[in-house]
Design a binder for this molecule. Structure first.
Ligand SMILES: *Cc1c(COP(=O)(O)O)cnc(C)c1O
Length: 321
Protein backbone atom coordinates (compact mmCIF):
# COMPACT_ATOMS: atom_id res chain seq x y z
CA UNK A 1 0.00 0.00 0.00
CA UNK A 2 2.86 2.37 0.82
CA UNK A 3 4.40 1.67 -2.61
CA UNK A 4 1.12 1.97 -4.57
CA UNK A 5 1.18 4.01 -7.75
CA UNK A 6 -1.56 6.63 -7.31
CA UNK A 7 -3.40 9.28 -9.30
CA UNK A 8 -6.60 11.21 -8.63
CA UNK A 9 -9.56 8.92 -9.14
CA UNK A 10 -12.09 11.79 -9.06
CA UNK A 11 -10.18 13.75 -11.72
CA UNK A 12 -8.49 11.60 -14.34
CA UNK A 13 -8.09 8.19 -12.80
CA UNK A 14 -5.88 6.23 -10.44
CA UNK A 15 -3.85 3.39 -11.99
CA UNK A 16 -4.03 1.07 -8.98
CA UNK A 17 -7.78 1.57 -8.63
CA UNK A 18 -8.17 0.77 -12.35
CA UNK A 19 -6.10 -2.37 -11.94
CA UNK A 20 -8.32 -3.48 -9.05
CA UNK A 21 -11.52 -2.67 -10.94
CA UNK A 22 -10.37 -4.69 -13.96
CA UNK A 23 -9.31 -7.62 -11.80
CA UNK A 24 -12.66 -7.63 -9.99
CA UNK A 25 -14.70 -7.34 -13.20
CA UNK A 26 -12.77 -10.29 -14.63
CA UNK A 27 -13.12 -12.47 -11.53
CA UNK A 28 -16.86 -11.75 -11.37
CA UNK A 29 -17.42 -12.23 -15.10
CA UNK A 30 -18.85 -8.71 -15.54
CA UNK A 31 -17.96 -5.97 -18.04
CA UNK A 32 -16.89 -3.41 -15.47
CA UNK A 33 -16.44 -2.72 -11.76
CA UNK A 34 -16.21 0.37 -9.57
CA UNK A 35 -14.28 0.74 -6.29
CA UNK A 36 -16.20 1.91 -3.21
CA UNK A 37 -15.24 2.93 0.31
CA UNK A 38 -17.81 0.52 1.78
CA UNK A 39 -20.11 -2.34 0.90
CA UNK A 40 -23.07 -0.43 2.25
CA UNK A 41 -22.46 2.43 -0.18
CA UNK A 42 -22.08 0.02 -3.09
CA UNK A 43 -25.34 -1.76 -2.17
CA UNK A 44 -27.15 1.58 -1.87
CA UNK A 45 -25.84 2.85 -5.21
CA UNK A 46 -27.02 -0.37 -6.87
CA UNK A 47 -30.45 0.10 -5.30
CA UNK A 48 -30.52 3.73 -6.45
CA UNK A 49 -29.75 2.61 -10.00
CA UNK A 50 -32.09 -0.39 -10.21
CA UNK A 51 -35.06 0.34 -7.93
CA UNK A 52 -37.55 3.16 -8.52
CA UNK A 53 -39.11 5.49 -5.92
CA UNK A 54 -42.53 4.27 -4.84
CA UNK A 55 -41.82 0.62 -5.62
CA UNK A 56 -40.65 -2.28 -3.48
CA UNK A 57 -37.52 -4.38 -3.24
CA UNK A 58 -37.96 -8.10 -2.61
CA UNK A 59 -35.31 -9.71 -0.44
CA UNK A 60 -34.68 -12.20 2.34
CA UNK A 61 -36.14 -11.33 5.72
CA UNK A 62 -32.70 -11.40 7.42
CA UNK A 63 -30.81 -9.49 4.70
CA UNK A 64 -28.02 -7.06 5.60
CA UNK A 65 -29.76 -4.48 3.41
CA UNK A 66 -32.81 -4.65 5.71
CA UNK A 67 -31.12 -4.73 9.10
CA UNK A 68 -27.75 -2.99 8.92
CA UNK A 69 -28.01 -0.23 6.35
CA UNK A 70 -30.06 2.22 8.43
CA UNK A 71 -33.09 2.16 6.08
CA UNK A 72 -30.92 3.43 3.22
CA UNK A 73 -33.23 2.22 0.45
CA UNK A 74 -36.13 4.21 1.96
CA UNK A 75 -34.08 7.29 2.83
CA UNK A 76 -31.99 7.51 -0.34
CA UNK A 77 -33.99 5.79 -3.09
CA UNK A 78 -37.59 6.07 -1.88
CA UNK A 79 -38.14 2.33 -2.28
CA UNK A 80 -39.86 0.17 0.31
CA UNK A 81 -38.46 -3.12 1.51
CA UNK A 82 -40.54 -6.29 1.21
CA UNK A 83 -38.98 -8.99 3.41
CA UNK A 84 -39.44 -12.52 2.02
CA UNK A 85 -39.15 -15.60 4.23
CA UNK A 86 -37.82 -18.74 2.55
CA UNK A 87 -38.65 -22.26 3.60
CA UNK A 88 -35.00 -22.97 4.48
CA UNK A 89 -32.24 -20.63 5.65
CA UNK A 90 -32.64 -18.01 2.92
CA UNK A 91 -35.20 -16.73 0.40
CA UNK A 92 -35.79 -19.36 -2.31
CA UNK A 93 -37.36 -19.12 -5.77
CA UNK A 94 -40.75 -20.40 -4.56
CA UNK A 95 -40.95 -17.83 -1.75
CA UNK A 96 -39.90 -15.10 -4.17
CA UNK A 97 -42.50 -16.11 -6.74
CA UNK A 98 -45.18 -16.08 -4.04
CA UNK A 99 -44.15 -12.58 -2.93
CA UNK A 100 -44.58 -10.96 -6.35
CA UNK A 101 -47.99 -9.28 -6.17
CA UNK A 102 -50.52 -9.51 -8.98
CA UNK A 103 -50.70 -6.20 -10.88
CA UNK A 104 -53.22 -3.83 -9.34
CA UNK A 105 -53.76 -0.09 -9.04
CA UNK A 106 -53.74 -0.47 -5.25
CA UNK A 107 -50.53 -2.35 -4.51
CA UNK A 108 -46.85 -1.41 -4.79
CA UNK A 109 -45.08 -2.66 -7.87
CA UNK A 110 -41.81 -4.52 -7.32
CA UNK A 111 -38.73 -3.08 -9.03
CA UNK A 112 -35.79 -5.13 -7.75
CA UNK A 113 -34.78 -8.46 -6.22
CA UNK A 114 -31.74 -8.65 -3.92
CA UNK A 115 -29.89 -11.81 -2.88
CA UNK A 116 -27.12 -12.18 -0.30
CA UNK A 117 -24.35 -14.78 -0.80
CA UNK A 118 -23.06 -15.90 1.60
CA UNK A 119 -25.86 -14.89 3.91
CA UNK A 120 -24.49 -13.29 7.05
CA UNK A 121 -27.64 -13.33 9.20
CA UNK A 122 -28.34 -16.96 8.35
CA UNK A 123 -24.82 -17.89 9.51
CA UNK A 124 -22.64 -17.64 6.41
CA UNK A 125 -25.04 -19.85 4.45
CA UNK A 126 -24.17 -20.14 0.76
CA UNK A 127 -26.38 -20.30 -2.31
CA UNK A 128 -25.33 -22.48 -5.24
CA UNK A 129 -25.37 -21.34 -8.87
CA UNK A 130 -28.37 -23.60 -9.38
CA UNK A 131 -30.37 -22.01 -6.55
CA UNK A 132 -29.45 -18.54 -7.76
CA UNK A 133 -30.46 -19.50 -11.30
CA UNK A 134 -33.92 -20.43 -10.08
CA UNK A 135 -34.29 -17.06 -8.35
CA UNK A 136 -33.10 -15.30 -11.48
CA UNK A 137 -35.69 -17.17 -13.56
CA UNK A 138 -38.48 -15.90 -11.31
CA UNK A 139 -37.05 -12.37 -11.44
CA UNK A 140 -36.80 -12.44 -15.25
CA UNK A 141 -40.35 -13.75 -15.61
CA UNK A 142 -41.45 -10.67 -13.69
CA UNK A 143 -39.09 -8.27 -15.44
CA UNK A 144 -37.09 -7.60 -12.28
CA UNK A 145 -33.34 -6.96 -12.14
CA UNK A 146 -31.28 -8.81 -9.51
CA UNK A 147 -28.65 -7.25 -7.23
CA UNK A 148 -26.32 -9.55 -5.29
CA UNK A 149 -24.96 -8.45 -1.93
CA UNK A 150 -21.81 -10.52 -2.27
CA UNK A 151 -19.84 -8.96 0.60
CA UNK A 152 -18.92 -12.57 1.39
CA UNK A 153 -19.17 -14.03 -2.12
CA UNK A 154 -15.49 -15.07 -2.06
CA UNK A 155 -16.29 -17.42 0.83
CA UNK A 156 -19.15 -19.01 -1.11
CA UNK A 157 -16.93 -19.60 -4.16
CA UNK A 158 -14.09 -21.10 -2.12
CA UNK A 159 -16.46 -23.35 -0.14
CA UNK A 160 -18.17 -24.56 -3.34
CA UNK A 161 -14.83 -24.83 -5.18
CA UNK A 162 -16.12 -22.81 -8.12
CA UNK A 163 -15.00 -19.56 -9.75
CA UNK A 164 -16.84 -16.53 -8.32
CA UNK A 165 -18.08 -15.78 -11.85
CA UNK A 166 -20.20 -18.95 -11.83
CA UNK A 167 -22.17 -17.48 -8.90
CA UNK A 168 -22.72 -14.04 -10.43
CA UNK A 169 -24.46 -14.89 -13.71
CA UNK A 170 -27.78 -14.70 -11.87
CA UNK A 171 -27.19 -11.05 -10.94
CA UNK A 172 -27.17 -7.79 -12.91
CA UNK A 173 -25.02 -6.10 -10.28
CA UNK A 174 -22.75 -7.63 -7.66
CA UNK A 175 -21.22 -6.02 -4.58
CA UNK A 176 -18.08 -7.62 -3.12
CA UNK A 177 -16.08 -6.64 -0.02
CA UNK A 178 -12.31 -6.63 0.44
CA UNK A 179 -12.41 -5.81 4.15
CA UNK A 180 -14.04 -9.03 5.36
CA UNK A 181 -12.33 -12.40 4.87
CA UNK A 182 -9.77 -10.99 2.42
CA UNK A 183 -8.37 -8.84 5.23
CA UNK A 184 -7.91 -5.49 3.45
CA UNK A 185 -8.39 -2.43 5.69
CA UNK A 186 -10.97 -0.70 3.46
CA UNK A 187 -13.09 -1.18 0.40
CA UNK A 188 -15.75 -2.85 -1.68
CA UNK A 189 -16.68 -2.92 -5.38
CA UNK A 190 -19.79 -2.95 -7.51
CA UNK A 191 -19.68 -4.89 -10.79
CA UNK A 192 -22.08 -5.06 -13.73
CA UNK A 193 -22.60 -3.99 -17.35
CA UNK A 194 -20.37 -1.16 -18.56
CA UNK A 195 -23.23 1.31 -19.09
CA UNK A 196 -24.63 0.73 -15.62
CA UNK A 197 -21.23 1.01 -13.94
CA UNK A 198 -20.59 4.26 -15.80
CA UNK A 199 -23.85 5.57 -14.39
CA UNK A 200 -22.80 4.29 -10.97
CA UNK A 201 -19.72 6.55 -11.11
CA UNK A 202 -21.88 9.67 -10.90
CA UNK A 203 -24.15 8.24 -8.20
CA UNK A 204 -21.12 7.26 -6.12
CA UNK A 205 -19.88 10.85 -6.43
CA UNK A 206 -23.27 12.20 -5.35
CA UNK A 207 -23.30 9.86 -2.33
CA UNK A 208 -19.90 11.25 -1.34
CA UNK A 209 -17.90 8.20 -2.39
CA UNK A 210 -15.55 9.79 -4.93
CA UNK A 211 -12.02 9.19 -3.62
CA UNK A 212 -8.80 10.90 -4.71
CA UNK A 213 -5.52 8.98 -4.15
CA UNK A 214 -7.51 5.83 -3.49
CA UNK A 215 -4.80 3.64 -5.04
CA UNK A 216 -3.37 3.38 -1.53
CA UNK A 217 -6.40 1.46 -0.27
CA UNK A 218 -7.04 -0.27 -3.62
CA UNK A 219 -3.54 -1.76 -3.26
CA UNK A 220 -4.65 -3.36 0.01
CA UNK A 221 -7.70 -4.80 -1.73
CA UNK A 222 -5.54 -6.19 -4.57
CA UNK A 223 -3.19 -7.73 -2.01
CA UNK A 224 -6.17 -9.39 -0.32
CA UNK A 225 -7.42 -10.83 -3.62
CA UNK A 226 -3.98 -12.08 -4.65
CA UNK A 227 -2.76 -13.44 -1.29
CA UNK A 228 -5.73 -14.15 0.95
CA UNK A 229 -8.30 -15.65 -1.40
CA UNK A 230 -7.47 -19.38 -1.37
CA UNK A 231 -6.72 -19.33 2.34
CA UNK A 232 -10.39 -18.54 3.05
CA UNK A 233 -10.66 -22.34 3.18
CA UNK A 234 -8.60 -22.21 6.42
CA UNK A 235 -11.24 -19.94 8.00
CA UNK A 236 -13.91 -22.46 7.02
CA UNK A 237 -11.88 -25.29 8.56
CA UNK A 238 -11.49 -23.24 11.75
CA UNK A 239 -15.25 -22.66 11.89
CA UNK A 240 -15.79 -26.44 11.71
CA UNK A 241 -13.08 -27.12 14.31
CA UNK A 242 -14.65 -24.58 16.71
CA UNK A 243 -18.11 -26.07 16.13
CA UNK A 244 -16.92 -29.58 17.01
CA UNK A 245 -15.39 -28.29 20.21
CA UNK A 246 -18.39 -26.34 21.48
CA UNK A 247 -21.55 -27.90 19.99
CA UNK A 248 -23.79 -29.31 22.71
CA UNK A 249 -22.02 -27.50 25.60
CA UNK A 250 -24.61 -26.73 28.30
CA UNK A 251 -27.36 -27.37 25.77
CA UNK A 252 -26.06 -24.82 23.22
CA UNK A 253 -26.61 -25.82 19.58
CA UNK A 254 -24.53 -24.71 16.67
CA UNK A 255 -25.80 -24.35 13.11
CA UNK A 256 -23.31 -26.51 11.09
CA UNK A 257 -21.13 -23.87 9.39
CA UNK A 258 -20.84 -23.79 5.58
CA UNK A 259 -18.22 -21.00 5.61
CA UNK A 260 -16.51 -18.84 8.28
CA UNK A 261 -19.51 -17.87 10.43
CA UNK A 262 -20.74 -19.89 13.40
CA UNK A 263 -24.09 -19.14 15.00
CA UNK A 264 -24.49 -20.45 18.56
CA UNK A 265 -28.06 -20.89 19.81
CA UNK A 266 -28.51 -20.90 23.58
CA UNK A 267 -31.23 -22.97 25.24
CA UNK A 268 -33.97 -21.19 27.17
CA UNK A 269 -33.32 -20.70 30.86
CA UNK A 270 -29.53 -20.36 30.58
CA UNK A 271 -27.61 -17.08 30.84
CA UNK A 272 -28.52 -14.96 27.83
CA UNK A 273 -26.22 -14.15 24.94
CA UNK A 274 -25.20 -10.77 26.45
CA UNK A 275 -23.94 -12.47 29.60
CA UNK A 276 -22.11 -15.23 27.70
CA UNK A 277 -20.49 -12.66 25.37
CA UNK A 278 -19.36 -10.58 28.37
CA UNK A 279 -17.77 -13.64 30.02
CA UNK A 280 -15.94 -14.57 26.81
CA UNK A 281 -14.84 -10.96 26.21
CA UNK A 282 -13.34 -10.84 29.70
CA UNK A 283 -11.03 -13.65 28.53
CA UNK A 284 -10.20 -12.06 25.20
CA UNK A 285 -12.70 -13.78 22.86
CA UNK A 286 -15.11 -11.46 21.06
CA UNK A 287 -18.54 -12.75 20.02
CA UNK A 288 -21.35 -10.74 18.44
CA UNK A 289 -24.65 -10.74 20.32
CA UNK A 290 -26.99 -11.59 17.44
CA UNK A 291 -30.21 -11.92 19.47
CA UNK A 292 -31.05 -12.61 23.13
CA UNK A 293 -30.47 -16.32 22.45
CA UNK A 294 -27.98 -16.27 19.55
CA UNK A 295 -24.26 -15.46 19.36
CA UNK A 296 -22.13 -15.10 16.24
CA UNK A 297 -18.47 -16.11 15.92
CA UNK A 298 -16.50 -15.21 12.78
CA UNK A 299 -13.17 -16.81 11.79
CA UNK A 300 -10.51 -14.73 10.09
CA UNK A 301 -6.97 -14.68 8.78
CA UNK A 302 -5.27 -13.75 12.05
CA UNK A 303 -6.10 -17.10 13.67
CA UNK A 304 -4.06 -20.29 14.05
CA UNK A 305 -5.42 -23.74 15.02
CA UNK A 306 -4.18 -23.08 18.57
CA UNK A 307 -6.05 -19.77 18.77
CA UNK A 308 -9.22 -21.59 17.73
CA UNK A 309 -8.68 -24.26 20.41
CA UNK A 310 -8.07 -21.61 23.04
CA UNK A 311 -11.14 -19.63 21.94
CA UNK A 312 -13.28 -22.77 22.06
CA UNK A 313 -12.12 -23.45 25.65
CA UNK A 314 -13.06 -19.89 26.65
CA UNK A 315 -16.48 -20.16 25.00
CA UNK A 316 -17.20 -23.58 26.56
CA UNK A 317 -16.49 -22.07 29.97
CA UNK A 318 -18.57 -18.95 29.21
CA UNK A 319 -21.50 -21.19 28.22
CA UNK A 320 -21.24 -22.91 31.60
CA UNK A 321 -19.74 -26.16 30.31
C1 LIG B 1 -20.28 -6.32 5.82
C2 LIG B 1 -21.43 -6.54 4.95
C3 LIG B 1 -21.99 -5.49 4.20
C4 LIG B 1 -21.54 -4.05 4.31
O1 LIG B 1 -20.22 -3.80 4.08
P1 LIG B 1 -19.52 -2.51 4.75
O2 LIG B 1 -18.25 -2.39 4.02
O3 LIG B 1 -19.35 -2.84 6.21
O4 LIG B 1 -20.43 -1.34 4.55
C5 LIG B 1 -23.05 -5.78 3.38
N1 LIG B 1 -23.55 -7.03 3.27
C6 LIG B 1 -23.05 -8.06 3.98
C7 LIG B 1 -23.61 -9.42 3.78
C8 LIG B 1 -21.98 -7.85 4.84
O5 LIG B 1 -21.49 -8.89 5.52
Amino acid sequence: MADAEVGDDVLDGDPTVHRLEQEVAERLGKEAALFFPSGTMANQVAIWLLARPGTEILLDVDAHIIHYEVAGSAALSGAQIRPVRGSGFVMDAEALAAAVRPTSKHVPRASLVCVENTHNGAGGVLSTAQELGRIRAVARRNDLPVHMDGARLWNAAVALQVEPSTLTTAADTVMVSFSKGLGAPVGAALAGDRALIEEAWGVRKRFGGGMRQSGIIAAGALYGLEHNYSRLADDHAHARQFTEEIDGTAGARVVPPQTNIVMIDLPAGTPGSTEVAARAAAEGVLLTVWSPTRLRAVFHLDLTDDHVDAAARVVVKALGG
